[in-house]
Design a binder for this molecule. Structure first.
Ligand code: URP
Ligand code: ZN
Ligand code: ZN
Length: 453
């Protein structure tokens, strides 16, 4: 198929220009000021609209197992929500059971994701250290999965202890990969949670109380120093607090490779959401928890001064009846919330339209940086001749209100319910195929591709 996008404002992370873009098959074939139409081109007029690289969300959990049931989006429903929000590539996680090999779990996860309509890839999580783990890590790298994910929280299930963590840092560093880390001190959190429950403090407000910023920052500090010791580049996921940012900035200033990600909810929601009745507050139970207004301000600043490289969503929705698993015990509430379809529109509305960031910065943190850090660049993350034709035509004028009654994700609650937003992914092209046209899903869309990086 040949698609000609005319008159749009093409936005890359470093510059914008008004230009036409010709797509032939799955690639961008030409960019110039006036490309002549032809009878066999599908022509799309993008006048007064932005034309941006397809979003890359480097942090999602579709179909994540939990005692309360799987997170409510399958790869199909979650990727559909992502596409409607202007995201064409997702990076999810491979989380083995203890005793299972990383490569086995990787294959299972690849099979689970095959109905995704975005492109997709995976970070692989060592959840223990065994004699075979080094060779399994090597195999994942060779297969094209060079990023690994370590949890310092959730010690009872998937979290690593200090020794295991060091083994991963040393091994991945030596082999040339990247380690991403959920930074919260799991054992300390567990102690506080147990204390609260023994005192019959079981309601939602004890969730944030059991996971203070100090325990995130201490985990960040340990992570930075161990990564330095083992010479391993790191990427700290879902950074939520000013304290953590200060440590990250300090490390970056010494030249250490430390990337940071934050999420829309840490920029736009605060811990007052935990005050009130269960059904109103439980949807906000995520880890790390929502923080204070001062942390939000620090996060916005850190985006502007490049301390933060990426905006991921940590998309992990659970229905209310799943959240009610912890009705009488906050420690049993499944952690997570969904926002994969809202990432760009929230950032556009509350970042670009308030002049906190430029439209180029939006592209940078929702696409370009993730492509660069995770080995997708320059095929993805940029609109340039020869790159993959993953392109979003963004209408900046549309106004909508986010609602769990109309959202695309498969969930009966939405942490951004009632937010008034501007801007919409009007047309979404993935690999040269129009997946969303004028805000509707095209008929017979093909499956997304597994991306080996
Ligand atoms: O609350 C969260 N973030 N749930 C998903 C799993 C994780 O920790 O990233
Ligand atoms: Zn996490
Ligand atoms: Zn996560």
């Amino acid at each position: 198929m040949k698609i000609l996008i005319k008159n749009g404002t093409l936005v890359n992370s470093d510059k914008s220009l008004i230009a036409d873009i010709l797509i032939i098959n799955d690639r961008i074939s030409e960019i110039s000021s006036n490309i002549a139409t032809s009878y066999d081109f599908k022509v799309i007029d993008a006048k007064d609209k932005y034309v941006i690289p397809g979003g890359i969300d480097p942090h999602v959990h579709m179909q994540l197992p939990n005692p309360a049931g799987y997170s409510s989006d399958s790869f199909h429903t979650g990727s559909k929500a992502a596409i409607f929000g202007g995201t064409t590539t997702l990076i999810d996680f491979v989380t083995p059971s203890r005793g299972q090999s990383l490569t086995d779990a990787l294959q299972t996860r690849i099979d689970e994701a095959k109905n995704a309509i975005t492109n997709y890839s995976f970070h692989v999580s060592p959840v223990e250290w065994r004699s075979s783990t080094e060779s399994e890590i090597k195999e994942c790298l060779i297969k094209g999965f060079p990023s690994f994910k370590v949890y310092l929280a959730y010690q009872n299930t998937i979290g690593l202890n200090n020794n295991e963590f060091q083994q991963v840092l040393y091994t991945v560093g030596k082999l040339g990969g990247l380690v991403t880390i959920h930074c919260e001190l799991g054992n300390e959190i567990e102690k506080t949670r147990n204390k609260f429950i023994s005192e019959n403090k079981t309601s939602v407000k004890y969730h944030p109380a059991s996971r203070p910023t100090e325990l995130e920052a201490k985990a960040v500090a340990t992570t930075i120093s161990l990564a330095k010791k083992h010479n391993c580049p790191i990427y700290i996921v879902h950074v939520s607090s000013e304290q953590s940012l200060n440590l990250i900035k300090e490390a970056q200033q010494t030249g250490q490779t430390v990337y940071a990600e934050t999420c829309p909810h840490y920029l736009l929601l605060d811990d007052l959401r935990y005050i009130g009745e269960f059904d109103k507050t439980a949807p906000f139970v995520i880890s790390p928890p929502l923080r204070k207004k001062a942390d939000q301000d620090a996060l916005w600043k850190a985006i502007s001064n490049n301390t933060i490289q990426t905006l991921g969503t940590d998309h992990c929705p659970f229905n209310l009846n799943q959240k009610r698993f912890g009705l009488n015990d906050f420690t049993k509430i499944p952690n997570g919330a969904g926002s994969v379809e809202h990432r760009l529109e929230l950032l556009f509305t509350f970042g670009v339209l308030t002049n906190k960031i430029s439209i180029n910065k939006l592209v940078d943190i929702t696409s370009t940086q993730a492509a660069k850090i995770f080995g997708l660049f320059p095929q993805k993350g940029i609109i340039t001749k020869g790159a993959d034709a993953d392109i979003v035509i963004w209408n900046p004028k549309v106004e909508r209100i986010i609602s769990s009654r109309t959202h695309k994700q498969n969930c009966d609650c939405n942490i951004f319910d009632g937010f008034k937003i501007r801007g919409q992914a009007e047309t979404v092209i993935r690999g040269g195929e129009i997946i969303v046209e004028n805000t509707s899903l095209s008929a017979n869309v093909s499956k997304g591709k597994l991306i080996m990086r």
